[in-house]
Design a protein around this ligand. Structure first.
Ligand code: GMT
Length: 374
């Protein structure tokens, strides 16, 4: 098949999933055309006969300084690529604005248009798509795509609750590549502090939904009981909040800000515990990748994380905000070597059974074939 993929090029789960999907589909013999405002950060830009990247050019014009017509430029680029590459499918990740641009591209192309598949990733439903100003447009893009997927049962429920869609929506979960995320990938050593310190890790875009103050509070509980060091990966609006709380609790010597990283597998597989304690996550890709590396997770219940982390088996789940329980659970795990080892092994085993790429990519292929009537 000839497949177009549009995603945000920057660090983030939806772009990571979209790019990895493209790589796997190319390995299975499909021709993949990425259309985005910049090279997706996970796209390997060495030559691959089956992968092409098409950049959406910006237009420099004084009237557009504060009002870039990005959706129009994206739709035009999609139509150009779809015609030249004879795309069967245009698969967009994150509804706003990508699905809207794809629908516009479809209208421009008429009968020769590719089928449009939209994958909803989370905040396009729970935050952005729920805003009164964008809700109608997001519903329009869901109802008019040829196929819509969501990354978890939780997100399916949320999508139905928010948009009452007029169509069936398919759950195809996120996935990981066991060659990239496994328990043996130990080549990067997190800078060791005092010998025997437990390595706690948090990875996110540091937005409010990630509950960064809770991450620091759980670490404060851990480190006042056992030697521990916190590694913060990523960056965002709450980074300065984190720095302030860390200073307030005199934890500066025990916390390392690593910034955004292209490849998180080496640091993950060196960690002892991942904290993903968001208000809600549609899926929690980082939790999946941590478990695959044999790293237990302290997570929150009530959203997609509970579809990835098995409470009491490979991690512990708590109500968002319950840092006292999360701190106690973390200490229980980190102080009991046998318990930690069994959680670690369970995580690696359960993720490979349920979320290995070879189990999931075929679901996308079947979905495309169904839509194409093949
Ligand atoms: O977590 C974010 O804010 C980034 C966001 C994105 O769109 O890149 O992540 C969402 O999509 C990921 C991939 O499907 C999911 O693993 C994340 O759980 C989801 N984030 C939220 O729902 C908050």
């Amino acid at each position: 098949m000839n497949i177009g993929i549009t995603c945000y090029p920057t660090f983030g789960g939806s772009g990571t999933v979209a790019t990895n999907l493209g790589h796997h589909l190319a390995k299975r013999g499909h021709n993949i055309h990425f259309v985005s405002s910049a090279l997706p950060y996970k796209l390997k830009y060495t030559y691959n006969e089956r992968i092409r990247f098409h950049e959406v050019e910006q237009v420099n014009y004084p009237l557009f300084i504060d009002n870039s017509p990005y959706v129009l430029l994206l739709a035009s680029k999609m139509a150009e690529v779809a015609a030249d590459a004879k795309l069967d499918i245009m698969h967009v990740h994150y509804a706003i604005p990508h699905a809207v641009a794809a629908l516009l591209c479809g209208q421009m192309m008429g009968k020769k248009r590719p089928k449009i598949v939209t994958t909803l990733h989370g905040t396009d439903v729970t935050l952005i798509g729920s805003l009164a100003s964008l809700k109608g447009m997001t519903k329009f893009s869901i109802d008019n795509s040829d196929g819509v997927t969501v990354v978890s049962e939780y997100l399916l429920r949320k999508t139905i609750e928010v948009f009452d869609p007029e169509r069936e929506i398919k759950v195809i979960t996120n996935f990981f590549d066991p060659a990239d995320f496994n328990r043996d990938k130990k080549e990067a050593n997190l800078r060791p502090g005092v010998k025997g310190e437990k390595k706690i890790i948090h990875i996110s875009n540091f937005r409010k939904v990630k509950r960064i103050p809770d991450v620091i509070e759980i670490f404060r509980i851990i480190s006042s009981n056992i030697p521990a060091r916190l590694y913060l990966v990523g960056e965002g609006p709450e980074t300065c909040v984190a720095r302030e709380i860390i200073r307030k609790h005199s934890l500066t010597d025990k916390v390392e800000f690593l910034g955004p990283l292209y490849d998180i597998a080496p640091v993950l597989s060196n960690a002892d515990l991942l904290l993903q304690v968001s208000d809600h996550e549609s899926f929690g890709l980082t939790s999946l990748e941590a478990l695959a590396c044999g790293v237990p997770v302290i997570g929150t219940s009530g959203s997609g994380i509970s579809e990835v982390v098995d409470d009491g088996q490979n991690g512990f789940l708590s109500t968002p905000g319950d840092t006292v329980k999360m701190g106690a659970d973390a200490l229980k795990l980190l102080s009991d070597t046998a318990l930690w080892s069994s959680f670690s092994a369970n995580g690696a085993e359960s993720t490979i059974k349920r979320f290995a790429a070879d189990k999931i990519i075929g679901k996308y292929e079947s979905f495309y074939n169904d839509i194409l009537g093949r």
